[in-house]
Design a protein around this ligand. Sequence first.
Ligand SMILES: Nc1ncnc2c1ncn2[C@@H]1O[C@H](COP(=O)(O)OP(=O)(O)OP(=O)(O)O)[C@@H](O)[C@H]1O
Length: 281
Amino acid sequence: MRHDLKTSFPPNSFGAQGLAASARAGEPLPSPVKLDLRHVGFRFGSKPALHDISFPIHANRVTALIGPSGCGKSTLLRVLNRMADLYEDQHAEGQVLLDGQDILAPDVDVLTLRRRVGMVTQKPSPFPMSIYDNVAIGLRLNEELTGAQLDARVEDALRRAALWEEVSGILDHSALSLSGGQQQRLCLARTMAVGPEVILLDEPCSALDPISTARIEETMEALRSVSTLVIVTHNLQQAARIADYTAFLYLGELVEFGPTAQMFTRPREERTLSYVSGRMG
Ligand SMILES: Nc1ncnc2c1ncn2[C@@H]1O[C@H](COP(=O)(O)OP(=O)(O)OP(=O)(O)O)[C@@H](O)[C@H]1O
């Protein structure tokens, strides 16, 4: 069933028409599939959390994962760089093809995978070392750079993460002395610095003020030319502003996936319509 937002929503319903207005216009330009999720499932011990999820993540595009709290957004993001490998009782099923190769296969080198698919977690986790070293550590491990080149790359990553102006004079201070929002931007800089092909962002702006949020959104926009981005967000306005594609999850299932403009203006599913109109929280 197709819906016309103009007739489906009462005038004072939660921002649906605003979302429609701010949704990225039209169809995203075609691009190859970077990650292809095929029948992905996930269990915490015997408790299922994701069921039979299949959709493509397009290269050099931003894909937003939206849905009510507990629907499995973070769990799905963690599947994409095999974070769950750290826990014995957590199990993913199905296939996730990265450039055609299944990253859930047992013989995949997880460290190499995580260099290609970087993640910024919801709760910032800076290393207990200086601000500078937090960003430089991955660069030192992966590339041979002179001191000046390293300095330039650290500065560039911190600028893109909208943090440089706050930390340029205290680069040798402990990262743990930063505020929560600053730590989150530091973790974003750390991930971006090594140039992963895919960047997974779990609520990257949840602890940020509006100015930092706008800077991060600009960064995501710019990163699309070099990376593929997957972002979990509760902020539907943000999804509408920055995502080319949106996947709506509910109770561990994929309800609908499509171009963001379509998801916010002409969703195919009644449940998507309820969620984007604020009738389902
Ligand atoms: N370590 C865990 N052990 C057992 N169950 C878990 C664990 N982590 C998450 N879950 C469950 O898995 C389901 C999905 O959780 P997940 O954190 O992925 O949801 P979410 O959509 O990201 O939620 P939120 O928007 O609140 O962050 C929930 O039912 C949650 O209770």
